[in-house]
Design a protein around this ligand. Structure first.
Ligand SMILES: C=CC1=C(C)c2cc3[nH]c(cc4nc(cc5[nH]c(cc1n2)c(C)c5CCC(=O)O)C(CCC(=O)O)=C4C)c(C)c3C=C
Ligand SMILES: [Fe+2]
Ligand SMILES: [Fe+2]
Length: 364
């Protein structure tokens, strides 16, 4: 009997126009794991403020990002599905779904149900665990399958931020850039989340609970109590990637982008880091986007264009973004390994026997 692999990414609008972007934003932001405020307040905020004002602006950005084949997030997702299918062979059937919009998890899970597989491997395409992303995909999976009568074995990969093959894939993507030039700093810019969401996922009261912990503190070390801390997992990816590329720790900076709304998000903010670097006289920066596995609005436009403009306006000379993993062979190989291990229920323990310190919380 075969096994099904279900890859799930965030989702993207069906077209780069205001109505489609509005529909996408509404589905996305009405998810209580993404905007985690009371349902009525969320409904009012999304329907009366965010969707009407943001949709036309985002549609313009999506038009810049769009390719002849469509949104890069979906185009690369489809290519990855085909390449992973070839790599895994005939024991597996690989599917791709999006958490929001299309192809929907409901439609793909209906196909999977019909095939009566012996095992389903659910793989949210988010390296670092966050309740808003992997958590939401996992919850949706349970919601959409709750009426099933026959359940196959189910393996869920809730994160892979520390998987050696994933780190190697990121490193092989970055190596040509590092060999081609000399950079003053390396900025690892991850999608942010509200501090509140980190606190809610923290069962042991160790994450970002006090002012001093908000800047550095708890997330510098991964240990049993904070193993699902998104911020700590991001710092750990930076450390592992910097080690793989032999980058000097004091010139590697972890930062968080894409803040939405007035609540406090995890720090340091990428914009602040760019300002500090420019003030210090940094001229050349290599930027990484290790929370995203494919080109999307947050990488190509926000990091690749907007942050570049900001850095250059402040006196920087060169801001280069390392291309996402997209359909790179090393990424397909990493996924092959992750799926094979998940099939056997081998988990990559987050927690090192001896907790390791993550380098560089803020700018030097
Ligand atoms: C990588 C993980 C992601 C986390 C964590 C995340 C959290 C999060 N995002 C928003 C709001 C928006 N995100 C948007 C786009 C977007 N977000 C991610 C990933 C994560 N989001 C991706 C891959 C993308 C790009 C999708 C694409 O089609 O290219 C957007 C929409 C774009 C825009 O209008 O600017 C919003 C809004 C919140 C509130 C949040 C909270 C935890
Ligand atoms: Fe987002
Ligand atoms: Fe933490």
């Amino acid at each position: 009997m075969k096994k099904a692999v279900l890859l799930v990414n965030l989702g993207t609008p069906d077209a780069p126009h205001t109505p489609e972007v509005r529909r996408y934003l509404k589905e996305f932001l009405l998810d209580g794991r993404v905007i985690d405020i009371p349902a009525l307040s969320r409904w009012l905020l999304v329907n009366l403020i965010i969707a009407p004002f943001r949709a036309p602006r985002s549609a313009k950005a999506y038009r810049k990002l769009w390719t002849a084949e469509g949104s890069p997030l979906k185009v690369y997702g489809e290519r990855l599905k085909t390449l992973l299918q070839d790599a895994l062979g005939e024991d597996y059937e690989v599917y791709l779904a999006m958490r929001y919009q299309n192809p929907s998890m409901r439609s793909i899970l209906a196909q999977i149900q019909q095939k009566a597989y012996e095992q389903i491997i659910l793989l949210p395409l988010f390296p670092q665990y966050a309740s808003a992303t992997s958590g939401s995909v996992i919850q949706k999976f349970y919601d959409e399958t709750r009426h099933w009568q026959a359940f196959p074995s189910i393996s869920i990969v809730s994160y892979f931020y520390n998987h050696p093959a994933f780190v190697q894939a990121l490193a092989s993507r970055a190596r040509p850039y590092i060999e081609a030039d000399r950079y003053d700093y390396f900025v690892f810019s991850y999608h942010g989340v509200p501090v509140r969401q980190i606190q809610k996922a923290d069962l042991h009261g160790c994450c970002l609970q006090t002012e001093d912990k908000k800047v550095a503190g708890c997330c510098s070390r991964l240990h049993e109590q904070n193993q699902y801390c998104y911020r700590a997992q991001c710092f750990a990816t930076t450390r592992l990637l910097a080690e793989a590329l032999q980058l000097p720790a004091e010139r590697c900076i972890t930062a968080f982008q894409s803040r939405l709304g007035k609540a406090e998000w995890i720090q340091p903010y990428t914009e602040d880091v760019i300002r500090q670097l420019a003030e210090q006289g940094a001229k050349k920066v290599l930027a990484f986007s290790p929370a995203f596995i494919a080109d999307c609005l947050e990488t190509t436009i926000e990091v690749g264009e907007e942050y570049k403009e900001l850095f250059e306006a402040l006196g920087g000379e060169k801001w280069v973004l390392v291309e996402s993993l997209n359909d790179h062979a090393s990424w397909v190989e990493a996924l092959r390994q992750i799926v094979t291990e998940a099939t056997l229920n081998i988990s990559r323990q987050t927690v090192p026997t001896q907790a390791t310190t993550v380098t560089n919380q803020t700018t030097a």
